[in-house]
Write a protein that binds this ligand. Sequence first.
Ligand code: DX5
Ligand code: ZN
Length: 218
Amino acid sequence: MTSKKMISPSLLSADFGNLQRDIEMINNSDADWLHVDVMDGVFVPNISFGQPVVKHIKKHARKPLDVHLMIVDPARYIQSFRDAGADILTVHYEACNHLNRTIHAIKDAGMQAGVVLNPHTSVSLLEDIVQDCDLVLLMSVNPGFGGQKFIENTYSKVMTLKEMCLRKNPDCLIEIDGGVNLGNAGKLFQAGADVLVAGNSVFSSQDPTQTIAEMKRL
Ligand code: DX5
Ligand code: ZN
């Protein structure tokens, strides 16, 4: 099975004073999804934005909203993020006591469901949940901020996860988030990643539309 080679630009690196303009750029690019980072200042040190902002993002976006919840006890907010316009909802393994229930609640609400692992969390812990997931997101930085350095150990995690998905759920997508750029994207696709989140490397480039197109072709 080959990589789907999808790109999900992260709005965290967009100009929050010009969100509509930056969403239009993504609409007119080869991006597949639009990555939306929700942070609560408790699960991660930073606070970003919540459902009211997601609702306005949804008004302008023509790509599926890939909403990454970096919040404690995310099960409380499944329906409200659905109502705000999320198409894909990912929750952290480290933030859920009843992950099986939460994943199924996300699906029952009509969204694609994914589990996110922090860099220190072993892929082996997914053995009994991967069959229920539409995707698994591996953090390749410690979550909370854009523009951080990619953690090299991610490549071996991708390969381990790919092997597990082939065994247990070949349709499960593998997504990578943090420090992705034109220098490591090709190697990540080769290792088995299907979807790459890219914030800083897209929005700080001279030509973000071109950078997205180039990343997909690696
Ligand atoms: C980090 C967020 C990422 C972030 C990625 O906690 O989950 O989605 O926006 O940004 P870059 O690509 O700049 O590392
Ligand atoms: Zn993210």
